[in-house]
Design a protein around this ligand. Structure first.
Ligand code: NAD
Ligand code: UDP
Length: 337
């Protein structure tokens, strides 16, 4: 298949790119590099020994996007481009709506113009909001608690309206849980610009000395060790989820929703101790106040993806920590050369 990957230079996109190329697909990445680096393209090529097309552009540039879709003879789109920092979305909501919602409208218009009707969209477990029950299944009510989550839900709803209005579309809305880990080569991983928000990149910055210690946001939750619990999913498992969805969509019309998670939750301290054991590093930490808006625990019911897509996670917490540790060491070497 000829696939367009929006946001393909980012964390999840670059890992997905390596998998799709290794599975023999042709790939074109469309990214404005607002949260990624052009070097990633060479690393994707190095990992796969394959050519990959790239256009630097904004998804809101409908004309440019349409030209790429037509010129590259694209069959299907995986749409990952977007701004993703929950905290920032509360500070700059209009920027988030413009980039994420308006950007997705632009992409759909470009796809309509280019007559492409297969789309995989990266949504998030954030759309569920406060759990009424756990694990979240796909039928759990949606009630996101921040602008980022509302962006994702609005895009999801728009895609459902689109599929209801035009039965030629095949759409998968993938609700990711907590992507972590890195490619087994250690050549690509997550390295966000500025001060990270998410747990594993913070640990990475403590390891390389950019941050003095990890702040654990609360140890008084109603969980066995008091720290928050999340459903961490290895980024290469997530990449495989995209491939499974894309393959399944080939024979299925309509708009479909899938949780992509492991079905288990792990606490901050459990993840930290696993990382310390694997890396041999002691990670200094202090317990601070709860982060506003954090939930004590959430995790996925991932049965639907297993049953329909034939997909489930294969990698465990040890694999996650091993690959992260390899990536942190490689990126540290890179920064010091
Ligand atoms: P990322 O920031 O590493 O990658 C996103 C990429 O999109 C970046 O390369 C960025 O330059 C590009 N981009 C952003 N706005 C763009 C625009 N207007 N035009 C073109 N390119 C643009 O983020 P990621 O972690 O790889 O996330 C990918 C997708 O998955 C996002 O949509 C995110 O909301 C979603 N998601 C991520 C997580 C997570 O924890 N990482 C969880 C759930 C969902
Ligand atoms: N967390 C933490 N310190 C940090 C970052 C995160 O204690 O510097 C905790 C956070 O409170 C949550 C878990 O780690 O319990 C995962 O947080 P992350 O931001 O990675 O994911 P999200 O909360 O968005 O699911």
């Amino acid at each position: 298949m000829n696939i367009l990957l929006t946001g393909g230079m980012g964390y999840i996109g670059s890992h997905t790119a390596t998998l799709l190329l290794n599975m023999g697909h042709q790939l074109h990445i469309y990214d404005n590099l607002c949260n990624s680096n052009i070097d990633t393209l060479d690393r994707i090529k190095k990992i796969t020994s394959k050519e990959v097309g790239f256009t630097q552009g904004d998804i809101r540039d409908t004309k440019k996007l349409t030209e790429v879709l037509i010129n590259e003879k694209i069959d299907a789109v995986i749409h990952l481009a977007g701004l993703k920092a929950v905290g920032e979305s509360t500070q700059k909501p209009i920027e988030y709506y413009a980039n994420n919602v308006q950007g997705s409208i632009s992409l759909i218009q470009a796809m309509q113009a280019a007559n492409i009707r297969t789309l995989v969209f990266s949504s998030s477990a954030t759309v569920y909001g406060d759990p009424i029950y756990l694990p979240y299944d796909e039928e759990h009510p949606t009630s996101p608690t921040n602008p980022y989550g509302r962006n994702k839900l609005q895009i999801e709803e728009m895609l459902l309206d689109l599929a209801n209005s035009d039965n030629t579309w095949s759409i998968a809305r993938l609700r990711y849980f907590n992507p972590v880990g890195a490619h087994e080569s250690g050549l690509i991983g997550e390295d966000p610009n500025g001060i990270p928000n998410n747990l594993m990149p913070v640990i990475g910055q403590v390891v390389d000395g950019r941050l003095p210690m990890l702040n654990i946001f609360g140890d008084d939750y109603d969980t066995p060790d008091g720290t928050g619990k999340r459903d961490y999913i290895h980024v290469m498992d997530l990449a495989e989820g995209h491939l499974a969805a894309l393959t399944w969509l080939k024979g299925n019309l309509g708009c479909h929703t899938f949780n992509l998670g492991s079905g288990n939750s792990v606490s901050v301290l459990e993840l930290l101790h696993c990382f310390e054991n694997i890396s041999g590093n002691k990670i200094p930490y202090q317990v601070v106040a709860r982060r506003p808006g954090d939930l004590p625990e959430y995790y996925a019911k991932a049965d639907k993806a297993a049953k329909i897509l034939g997909w489930q996670t294969k990698r465990n917490l040890t694999d996650i920590c091993n690959s992260s540790w390899l990536w942190f060491q490689n990126s540290k070497n890179k920064k010091s050369t």
